[in-house]
Design a protein around this ligand. Structure first.
Ligand SMILES: NC(=O)c1ccc[n+]([C@@H]2O[C@H](COP(=O)([O-])OP(=O)(O)OC[C@H]3O[C@@H](n4cnc5c(N)ncnc54)[C@H](OP(=O)(O)O)[C@@H]3O)[C@@H](O)[C@H]2O)c1
Length: 325
């Protein structure tokens, strides 16, 4: 497995990670637990050590699942979780308070059944709380030995700078894919300047870029893609036409569209964390780290899928209000 360095001179991890969110929440009914456990363990066997979860995925279910999968294999895992999105059995709210950083971290350590987290991310920022206070509390968790590295998710470049001035931020996690290239304007240059690695979430456009979604695919009420503008009626049709082009190039090169989408992201210097519940897809994604993509291939990919041709916002309005703070 290809390895990469996080941050300026930080830890070495696999060039690609595994996102575990969809095993527990947000993409339809919970996946069969045995299938999820097998998928996570297969990732570790393949040398994928960057495992991504969050306290909020399935209200703790996902962390407990990961705990079960990695039991006895803590040394094989670079374990990343997040705090800041609370449900408490009711509507979602964002809590980036120092107190919640401490409480949620302890709860995650408990659920994951580990002595330390490799990365603790702030999942979303509440703009009413100064980022300095939040990161100050996160830094104390590093001093206490509970957390090794700090990360933020979906914050503005200004917030990233202010946070980094309090304590080195190793990773910024945000949406980045052929379909979502907004980060290239300001976020990516800021990350490069500060020596922060960009971890790309939803690198497969929530499955759109894999070619698995068709005009007829339906999403239930427990699948957030049902309310995502990119998947809605005419937007979906326009976006699938772009995927068809990617699919044609993939066929020509003897690879899959998912591999091209991930190979392109790797070439941008990002660390993708594709989410999957299936070993077959995991293996497909892992193979993207060995693709011999030339500069000509990369150019063709961006010409075939121009960012400006993608239709629909990347997030529903209810989710968009919490990003970029
Ligand atoms: N920081 C944040 O706010 C944030 C937000 C969203 C996500 N994330 C993290 O990022 C991870 C990845 O994002 P994501 O899950 O939203 O989207 P994604 O990785 O772009 O897409 C996941 C979807 O693609 C399918 N898929 C994966 N590999 C495939 C392949 N090779 N061929 C065909 N289909 C494939 C999966 O279905 P199968 O299960 O059937 O493979 C799933 O439906 C999450 O798991 C989570 O850890 C973080």
């Amino acid at each position: 497995m290809r390895r990469t360095t996080l941050g300026e001179s930080g830890p070495e991890v696999s060039a690609i990670g595994l996102g575990c969110m969809g095993m527990s929440a947000l993409y339809g009914p919970r996946t069969d637990e045995q299938q999820s456990l097998r998928t996570i363990r297969r990732a570790l066997d393949l040398g994928v050590d960057l495992i991504d979860t969050s306290a909020s995925y399935g209200d703790g279910h996902n962390e407990r699942l990961v705990a079960e999968a990695i039991r006895g294999r803590r040394g094989d895992v670079f374990l990343c979780t997040k705090f800041g999105i609370r449900r408490d059995g009711g509507a979602m709210r964002v809590d980036s308070s120092p107190q919640w950083a401490r409480t949620s971290c302890d709860e995650s350590l408990d659920r994951l059944d580990v002595a330390h987290l490799d990365v603790l991310y702030l999942h979303r920022r509440n703009p009413d709380i100064p980022i300095e206070d939040t990161v100050g509390a996160m830094a104390e968790l590093v001093t206490a030995g509970k957390v090794r590295h700090l990360g933020l998710s979906e914050v503005s470049p200004q917030t990233l700078r202010r946070a980094h001035a309090v304590h080195p931020i190793t990773v910024l996690q945000t949406e980045y894919s052929l379909f979502s290239r907004e980060v290239e304007a300001e976020i990516l240059p800021t990350c490069r300047e500060l020596g922060i690695t960009l971890v790309a979430y939803s690198p497969l456009g929530r499955a759109l870029l894999t070619g698995q979604v068709t005009a007829d695919t339906t999403f239930g009420g427990d699948d957030l893609r049902g309310g995502n503008p990119r998947f809605a009626g005419p937007n979906r049709a326009a976006n699938l036409a772009l995927v068809d082009r990617l699919r044609a190039l993939a066929a020509e090169l003897g690879v899959t569209p998912a591999q091209l989408a991930l190979g392109w992201l790797l070439a941008q210097g990002a660390v993708p964390i594709p989410g999957t519940t299936r070993i077959r897809h995991l293996e497909d994604n892992v193979a993207s780290t060995a693709l011999p993509l030339t500069p000509e291939h990369l150019l063709r990919i961006t010409e075939l899928v121009p960012a400006a041709a993608v239709r629909g916002e990347r997030l529903a309005a209810s989710a968009a209000r919490w990003v970029g703070a």
